[in-house]
Design a protein around this ligand. Sequence first.
Ligand code: NAP
Length: 236
Amino acid sequence: MLGGTGEARRLAARLPGRVVSSLAGRVTDPRLPEGEVRIGGFGGVGGLVEWLRVNDVTAVVDATHPFAATMTAHAVEATALAGVPLLVLRRPGWTARPGDDWRWVDSLEEAAATLPGERVFLTTGRQDIGVFAGVDRWFLARSVEPPEPPVPHRLHVLLDRGPFTVDGEVALMRRHAVDVLVTKDSGGDQTAAKLVAARRLGIPVVVVRRPPPPAAPTVDSVDAAVEWVRRGSGGA
Ligand code: NAP
């Protein structure tokens, strides 16, 4: 299982003894799933094909983050080459509710070019902060690990990791006088409190659309992925 998400941890816990979880190794203190874990890249498609063969893998579940598009593309290609079934587990995206002021964009670059505010709460993750480096705004950036240069000139970094509460998010946005929130359409409930907080405060939200869905069978729940593995599509 390709992991790095809450769904991946829940799936690993539901399939004891049957799963090796793979993490990219981006954070120094990752939340580890139950069971066997390996950490680090495979070395591209060829490396993943080799790893699947050497470890006698009978099925792959890609439970990576919806924006981990390179890993997912590699999984599609490598499983086809290795002749191993692949299931993609993707949580549903977020949907605007009455009172929301969401501005959908196709990329982080478009988000950086169209910010409807002066004091920006960036929740896109450390790896993406560089996209905003040349933008003349004040930024509050929240990430699990400190960002590396290039970063915006006026930047306050908050090291934290979800889940977050609505009250906490409201207080944070008020404290920093945030007037625009930037997020990816990650989906799920671990980080959705910021969207409720923005609605309450009447703050616009720039939402980055997900990359195109992969050309592979896809489910949107841990239950469905467990079922797929137990049914034998996962090589039982
Ligand atoms: P990415 O851009 O799609 O992948 C870049 C490279 O990182 C891959 O080619 C692969 O290296 C390695 N990699 C990524 N996920 C891996 C995994 N689960 N196991 C082993 N190697 C992996 O990925 P990313 O967006 O940097 O995300 C990295 C990890 O963080 C993922 O596991 C993802 O679930 C998690 N995550 C990402 C985000 C996000 O916003 N992107 C948010 C929360 C969590 P090789 O080519 O060497 O195999």
